[in-house]
Design a protein around this ligand. Structure first.
Ligand code: NG6
Ligand code: CA
Length: 518
């Protein structure tokens, strides 16, 4: 009997009971075959950033082996070209544009997933999995009105399905620059409480605006509020000195926490959702990686990200649980070169193409905004290969539900379709359409070779990054098979196709379209 495939679940009485209560129908064998699931979501990584996707200027050996031992998707999409909505869509199985407050969350945002929502983590928990979230969160914490970092922060991720939490509340360029573990700021001295504001300066710590001479990383756009560790951030903070993270060590800290979670739960099925801060700005690599890529800090943090993946693989191997662990690796949205700091990302590109041949990037309705690297590895059940089928991250939830044979109640993960066979490489059909949104919530839909972007009166170019947002007052239609770089808007040549896709998108928006098969 293969120990990895039969992780003695039925011998753990508590777990058997929990699973039994939740479902009541599964045999011990069915239970025992369930894989551990690790969902590793990187930040702002492009489909052209990894050597397994064709990059030649940067080498990512650990991710390359993940891909060569697993299924590498060429047509996988996030639901949004920015972080908060993309993660919201993944964890709730609902398009983020159905809820109002899913724009880029500030560091003191309330928890934006309603605690009544049955999240993907809730589902794993109900199925007897140990559940954990480590790293970048960016979906808010605490009650309406914002987070108080000086007391137990509730609601937190334990109220939406996670047994263990160790998170960066928002992004590494947003205050407060502290970790939160199970509702408490790590290392906080109560006599030095934290104050955070996104409206006005608080306290007397220097800011990038007032004391530009104190910064070690100069902003190129925004990022001129409180300076922490020499880096001017978005938002103002004061207090919590003993709790401030060290930017160079973030990858080590969260990788360690993720490894510890895996070790603690090696004998039971676990679900780990890990968000790396890499490769989001400010790009600060540990000295082990700084200067090593030859592409400047952006390349260096790609190496750091690859190391993180290697560390996770190594701990699974050492515990002999890699065979029955399903790992997904992806990015939350497309890449951006200059995202607000002068870090020589453009100057040192050296021919590297994070967007590959795709148009736009982070923030954009064009393909590089949401077309992301996406790799699934599960040696016990998935044959290595390339998956060309279209796939949307909104469908991960229902696909995992199918894997767990977990029936989803009416209204749960309403937009998520069961795409398990595509996820596991058993078919190459994929979903019938992919819907995504850009920074301005302009929606687009892809079906077969066609991509339609709805008309929008929002700006065509993002005012700070100068990235193309893909907004136009006219309808846009691209044949992304013949024209993957979206250079030729053929909406005028194919008015029936425009009408058809517009109607389909409107059905999806209205919730009339049966978007899932279960
Ligand atoms: C933008 C920030 C950018 C990044 C982004 C969120 C400026 C000029 N730009 O507003 O640096 O933080 O928000 O990125 O402030 S995301 O990947 O988390 O969505
Ligand atoms: Ca992001």
């Amino acid at each position: 009997m293969n120990r990895q495939l039969f992780p003695l679940l039925s011998l753990v009485p508590g777990l058997a009971l929990v699973s039994g209560c939740a479902k009541g129908t599964k045999s011990a064998d069915e239970q025992a075959k369930r894989p551990n699931v690790i969902y590793l979501i990187s930040d702002d990584l492009g489909i052209g950033d990894l050597s397994c996707y064709g990059a030649t200027k940067v080498h990512t050996p650990h991710l390359d082996s993940l891909a060569s031992q697993g299924l590498r998707f060429n047509n996988a999409y996030a639901t949004s070209s920015i972080s908060t909505p993309s993660r919201f869509g993944l964890l709730t199985g609902m398009y983020p544009w159905r809820q109002k407050n899913t724009g880029i969350a500030p560091g003191n945002s309330e928890l934006i997933i309603d605690t009544a929502c049955v999240t993907m983590a809730d589902m794993f928990r109900a199925e007897g999995y140990a559940t954990g979230v480590v790293g970048k969160w960016h979906l808010g914490l605490g009650p309406k009105g914002g987070t108080n970092f000086n007391e137990e922060i509730r609601p937190n991720t334990s109220d939406i399905g996670f047994d263990y939490e160790f998170v960066i509340p928002a992004t590494v360029d947003r205050v407060p620059c502290v970790f939160v573990e199970n509702g408490h700021v790590v290392g906080l001295d109560p006599s030095d409480p934290i104050t955070v504001s996104y409206e006005h300066k608080v306290g007397d710590w220097p800011t990038g605006l007032e004391n530009p001479e104190l910064v070690t990383m100069k902003p190129s756009q925004g990022h001129n509020n409180t300076i922490v560790n020499g880096i001017p951030r978005i938002g103002w903070m004061t207090g919590g000195k003993s709790a401030l993270w060290n930017d160079e060590e973030i990858a080590d800290v969260i990788t360690d926490k993720a490894k510890q979670f895996i070790i603690n739960h090696k004998d039971e099925p676990f679900f780990l959702y890990m968000g790396t801060q890499d490769v989001h700005v400010p790009r600060v690599a540990h000295p082990r990686f700084a200067g090593k890529s030859g592409l400047g800090p952006r390349g260096d943090v790609i190496l750091q990200l690859d190391w993180t993946v290697g560390q996770i693989m190594q701990v699974l191997d050492s515990l002999h649980i890699a065979d029955n662990t399903l790992i997904v690796f992806c990015s939350d949205n497309g890449p951006v070169i200059d995202d607000g700091y002068h870090d020589q990302a453009f100057e040192l590109l050296n021919g590297h193409t994070p967007m590959k041949e795709y148009r736009g990037g982070k923030y954009s309705a064009f393909d590089a905004g949401t077309r992301v690297p996406f790799i699934v590895r599960w040696p016990a059940a998935i044959r290595p290969g390339i998956q060309e089928a279209p796939f949307s991250m909104v469908d991960v939830y229902a696909s995992f539900a199918s894997l767990l044979q977990h029936p989803l109640a009416e209204g749960v993960a309403p937009d998520s379709r069961n795409q398990l066979s595509t996820l596991m490489g058993k078919d190459s059909l994929g979903c019938s359409f992919v819907v995504q949104q850009n920074l301005n919530s302009t929606l687009s839909i892809i079906q077969n070779e066609w991509k339609y972007i709805m008309p929008s009166d929002k700006p065509a170019i993002e005012y700070w990054t100068k990235m193309e947002l893909g907004n136009l007052p006219q309808p846009q239609l691209y044949n992304i098979q013949e024209d993957p770089s979206e250079q030729h808007n053929v909406a005028e040549q194919y008015p029936e196709k425009v009408a058809e896709l517009d109607a389909l998108l409107r059905e999806v928006i209205a919730g009339e379209k049966k978007t899932f098969e279960r």
